[in-house]
Design a protein around this ligand. Structure first.
Ligand SMILES: Nc1ncnc2c1ncn2[C@@H]1O[C@H](COP(=O)(O)OP(=O)(O)OP(=O)(O)O)[C@@H](O)[C@H]1O
Ligand SMILES: CCCCCCCCCCCCC/C=C/[C@@H](O)[C@H](CO)NC(=O)CCCCC
Ligand SMILES: [Ca+2]
Length: 446
């Protein structure tokens, strides 16, 4: 609640009429020319996100504030999935606007960035399919009015999921840069991600929860419990390029906050330096979860997030590997997402701050890793024996999971992920530290 903003009316009185007119003019000029406030916004509302309250939230809580602040709007209520993405990619007259706002959850935000980033690359003649291209930064800022199920991007950039607070951050024209990961498979673009890329546990939770969409946000709790009990593990190889020369580690006590110096320092450093500096490292093993958190991923379910010390705009992602362990140990790890204890302080968990990583599931590994028959095909016996060994009870469980990419399912399992430092900007200012009242003895001074 401490991050909530509210409107207040303040009445100034001035004994001289002329002076009051001058002050009024000065205020108007300041608002017009010095503040970076948006004047015209393009708004997309997902009427089916979260508890299906998007339209009501916008009309009752947000539209009156925009009207009072003199912000004009063009509003589109989406009619189908990817409506907003496709409109931004091809039709929207972006020059008319100072920003784009989505009313919905992380999936709706994902649609907006896919539309905007794609459009920016095509306009700038950059090939989005090439994983090594330097992407062009998007000039339009993005606002999020939370009306989804997790709303982790709003929570991790503002500190609360409250439509009025987000509307006020948009009105005052705040700006928060943010990293974006591009995900490719064999030189073909798959998706962008800003929060969680999760294989194994979080991929399975998402797949299961999509069948329960009718339940609303509670679907994640049920699927989370089910997948915890199922306890699948997956084999594969993770290679990564550690972020070198940067300040900050995933085990820091310090957090990314408004005006973060780590983001400023690393952002400058990484844009100046070739990202191929450094040596790739490889880890092969059996994992319950492989998570890449490009930001803390804090949300009401996990107030400090999957990687509490991750940064919004430092050009890195925190790669968290949870190796195969007992149900009891995995529960200890999961419960630490919701408590103050360090979720990385466990022997089966490791975390690396990286600029790029690749994952190959075991069944996709090169032929030399598999038994080959005379025709060069991988032996069925070997693949079958893997399934049987992993799931002796039924033998029919899947040998591979899928990726949860900011709450959307990725069908490809072998992926190449690269962080693009500060590719987009949000109408936010990062989480603010609570005010410290130093002069408690003299409240008037405060
Ligand atoms: N009009 C629509 N009809 C059906 N689906 C839509 C429509 N508009 C958007 N969508 C899709 O709905 C999905 C879910 O939306 P959204 O992210 O807003 O809510 P959520 O999934 O409940 O929340 P969260 O992503 O925070 O968990 C998104 O993948 C989006 O593409
Ligand atoms: C026995 C069960 C213990 C459960 C432990 C709870 C741990 C909660 C961690 C929550 C982390 C959320 C990370 C954010 C991911 C979002 O990009 C994505 C889209 O909105 N949400 C989910 O995938 C939704 C993921 C929901 C997972 C439960
Ligand atoms: Ca980051």
């Amino acid at each position: 609640r401490q991050h909530r903003w509210r409107c207040a009316e303040v009445t100034f009185t001035c004994p001289e009429g002329e002076l009051s007119v001058m002050l009024l003019l000065l205020l108007l000029l300041l608002l017009l020319f010095t503040a970076n406030r948006p004047k015209h916004l393009l708004i997309y509302i997902n009427p089916y996100g979260g508890k299906r309250q998007g339209k009501r939230i916008y009309e009752q809580k947000v539209a009156p504030l925009f009207a009072a602040a003199g912000v004009s709007t063009d509003v589109i209520v989406t009619e189908y999935a990817n409506h907003a993405r496709d409109h931004l990619r091809t039709e929207a007259e972006l020059k008319k606007y100072d920003g784009v706002v989505c009313v919905g959850g992380d999936g709706m935000f994902s649609e907006i960035i896919h539309g905007l980033i794609w459009r920016t690359q095509i306009d700038g003649a950059v090939d989005p399919n090439c994983p090594d291209e330097t992407l062009q930064t998007c000039s339009l800022r993005i606002g999020i009015i939370p009306a989804g199920s997790t709303d982790c991007i709003c929570f991790a950039t503002v500190g609360t999921n409250d439509p009025v607070t987000s509307a006020l951050h948009i009105i005052v024209g705040d700006s928060q840069p943010m990293d974006v990961c591009s995900v490719h498979h064999n030189n073909a673009f798959l998706r962008y991600s800003v929060s969680l890329l999760g294989y194994g546990f979080y991929g399975d939770v998402l797949t299961d929860s999509e069948r329960k969409r009718w339940m609303g946000p509670a679907r994640y709790d049920l699927s989370g419990l089910k997948m915890f009990l199922t306890h699948h593990y997956y084999e594969g190889t993770v290679s990564y390029l550690p972020a070198r020369g940067i300040i900050g580690t995933p085990r820091d006590a310090a957090r990314c906050r408004s005006g973060c110096v780590v983001c400023q320092h690393n952002g400058k450093l990484l844009t100046e330096r070739s990202e191929n500096d450094g040596e790739w490292r490889t880890i092969r093993g059996k994992f319950l979860a492989i998570n890449a958190a490009s930001m803390s991923c804090a949300c009401p379910r996990s107030p400090k997030g999957l990687s509490p010390a991750a940064h919004l705009a430092d050009g890195t992602t925190d790669l968290i590997l949870v190796r195969k362990c007992s149900r009891f140990d995995f529960l200890r790890h999961l419960l630490r997402h919701t408590s103050k204890d360090d979720q990385f302080d466990l022997t089966f968990v490791e975390v690396h701050r990286v600029r790029r990583f690749r994952f190959t599931p075991r069944h996709c590994q090169s032929d030399s890793d598999l038994e080959l028959d005379l025709l060069g095909n991988a032996s069925k016996r070997q693949i079958f024996s893997q399934i049987c060994r992993d799931h002796p009870a039924c033998g029919c469980a899947p040998a591979y999971s899928c990726w949860n990419c900011d709450g959307e399912i990725l069908t490809h399992t072998a992926i190449d992920v690269r962080v693009h430092c500060q590719l987009i900007k949000l109408f936010a200012r990062g989480i603010e530290e609570p005010a410290v009242f130093e002069d408690l003895a003299n409240p008037c001074a405060i």
